[in-house]
Write a protein of this length. Structure first.
Length: 310
């Protein structure tokens, strides 16, 4: 597994320069993303919340308890509260393990879950690292890994299949994955969700340069870049770029790398893929993690599915 430094060094040296998407989610980036979820153009979060409120309890009740919850990327805990409330209707107490790259997000999640009956464990790590080093489960408990907010969209299709394999490796038979995934829809609906009129997504995207300047010793001039959201029809994904409006020469002091961009050249910062239920079902079967329950939101097509390790 490559380190963030290796990914950043290789990405900035490539013909199409890239910045690893985890660098978007520093303390400020995590707050900006929470603001994005409230925007009128961003229907993903509202659909996610609708589906969790409508379907989560039934799905969780299908897993023989008692349950331990592990959420990958809980942010500040908005969805965690929904899930925990449903579990506390099924059992008197629950341990919740939150895994996030942002210490600030974990602290926000901890505060959101400071309620009777909840034991909170925060793990500041990348998902793949954390899945290999989870703390021992309470005796007799089933684990439910939660991957919500359509965070799967941040992975390409090969990475999504690998993610399901890695989750399965962390589970025992009878454990489960509760997953929400944004489904295919017209680009006319998708693009505004990643290029909102208020400019919050643009600020979120540009903040990666603030992060690089502050923590990696870079000297990017933020005024030389504009936010650029694109739809890639062949790959079925939104791409977020930072496009140079004038020639840029910057240096990453942490590993003494010079970065040059011509006018119009971009830093590719994040991708957001869209899926079909059938392909997710096929990937689950291949990973020995079959999809056993599925519901789809009709207003903003998004799936909530329960994959059970068999």
């Amino acid at each position: 597994m490559k380190s963030l430094e290796t990914m950043l060094r290789e990405g900035l040296a490539a013909p199409q320069k890239r910045v690893p998407s985890p660098l978007l989610y520093d303390a400020l980036g995590s707050v900006l993303f929470e603001a994005i979820t409230l925007l009128p153009e961003y229907g993903v979060t509202r659909a996610d919340n609708r589906m969790l409120q409508a379907s989560a309890r039934e799905a969780l009740a299908a897993v023989p308890g008692p349950l331990e919850l592990i959420e990958l990327g809980p942010g500040h805990g908005n969805k965690a509260q929904l899930i925990v409330r449903q579990v506390l209707k099924l059992q008197p107490k629950v341990r919740f393990i939150g895994v996030d790259v942002s210490a600030g997000a974990l602290e926000g999640c901890r505060k959101a879950l400071s309620v009777p009956g909840v034991e909170f464990v925060g793990v500041e790590a990348r998902f793949r690292d954390a899945l290999k080093a989870l703390p021992p489960r309470p005796a007799g408990h089933r684990r439910v890994v939660c991957f919500l907010g359509s965070n799967l969209s941040n992975f390409d299709r090969a990475e999504s299949q690998d993610f399901l394999v890695r989750v399965r490796a962390a589970l025992e038979p009878g454990d489960a994955l509760l997953l929400t995934a944004d489904l295919d829809k017209p680009k006319e609906r998708l693009l505004p969700a990643y290029d909102d009129a208020l400019g919050v997504t643009a600020a979120f995207n540009k903040n990666v340069l603030v992060h690089l300047n502050r923590d990696w010793g870079a000297n990017f001039d933020l005024t030389a870049f504009v936010h650029d959201a694109r739809w890639n029809a062949e790959a079925r994904r939104i791409e977020m770029h930072l496009r140079a409006t004038r020639p840029v020469v910057a240096r990453i002091a942490k590993f003494d790398l010079e970065v040059k961009l011509a006018v119009g050249e971009t830093l590719w910062t994040e991708s957001s893929h869209r899926f079909e239920v059938a392909e997710l079902e096929a990937w689950g079967r291949a990973a020995a993690l079959p999809l056993e329950r599925v519901s789809v939101d009709t207003e903003w097509p998004l799936m909530v599915g329960l994959f059970v390790a068999r």
